[in-house]
Design a protein around this ligand. Structure first.
Ligand SMILES: [Zn+2]
Length: 155
């Protein structure tokens, strides 16, 4: 085993720190030089989005938002601008996310699955495995034809 005061070990550690700093510098330069990606929509749609008579819609049911409330009047989804920042209302947003995990349509990517497992573990602690049963049952259930069309579309 190497001695702690071994000068070769110190040089090796300095070399590793230098490599890590160099890799961090390359990463920062790579991010700074990355090209700006254009919006997925065209300039006409971008202009329409910023018109004064543009209407906000619910992200879940596309019902026009007529009030400045926290929840959609049609489907109950959390649509308020600051729902996730208010401690009490945030609970309803988390509940909506967890409910979508067991009832809604999910994109079954490893990141989504890991996110659901972690958020349910933090929300339900010892009872999380019960949630996981319903979550995985929702993941493997056969999709209805309308859902397959929605999930097959890009974006
Ligand atoms: Zn809605």
């Amino acid at each position: 085993m190497a001695d702690v005061s071994d000068p070769n070990l110190l040089v090796g550690q300095l070399g590793l720190v230098g490599l890590a700093l160099g890799a961090l510098w390359r990463l920062l330069m790579w991010v700074r030089q990355a090209p700006w990606t254009p919006d997925p929509w065209d300039a006409n749609l971008e202009r329409k989005l910023h018109e004064p008579d543009a209407v906000e819609v619910c992200h879940h049911c596309f019902d026009p938002r007529t009030t400045d409330g926290w929840f959609c009047e049609h489907c109950g989804s959390a649509v308020g601008s600051y729902n996730n920042l208010m401690p009490f209302v945030c609970l309803f947003s988390e509940g909506e996310v967890l409910r979508n995990g067991v009832e809604g349509k999910l994109r079954a990517s490893p990141l989504v699955i890991a996110g659901y497992l972690l958020i349910s573990l933090s929300a339900y602690t010892f009872f999380a495995p019960i949630y996981w049963i319903f979550f995985f049952r929702n993941l493997i259930r056969p999709k209805r034809p309308a859902e397959e069309i929605e999930t097959a579309s890009p974006g």
